[in-house]
Design a protein around this ligand. Structure first.
Ligand SMILES: [Zn+2]
Length: 79
């Protein structure tokens, strides 16, 4: 994510354009794990997934997500 001299974060479509400042709610979200059934349908596993932080540009909808280390510092090392 590009930042200006003041540390404000902008989306890639409007660097230094105030209308394209990225917003972060400081809430956490998740990418939910999904598996495929034998019949080709999918099922979602809301108790498994990756915690993420989201940054959104309200002007153009550009979104970036980052893995949230604060919630799951041992992701991938559980064995
Ligand atoms: Zn934008």
């Amino acid at each position: 994510m590009p930042k200006n001299a003041q540390g404000q974060i902008f989306c890639l479509n409007g660097i230094n354009n105030p209308q394209h400042q990225m917003l972060n709610s400081n809430d956490s979200y998740a990418l939910t794990k999904v598996m495929k059934n034998q019949d080709g349908t999918f099922f979602f596993m809301p108790d498994k997934g990756i915690p993420v932080k989201a940054y959104v540009c309200k002007e153009c909808g550009y979104t970036e997500i980052y893995y949230n280390l604060e919630l799951s510092p041992n992701f991938g090392n559980e064995g």
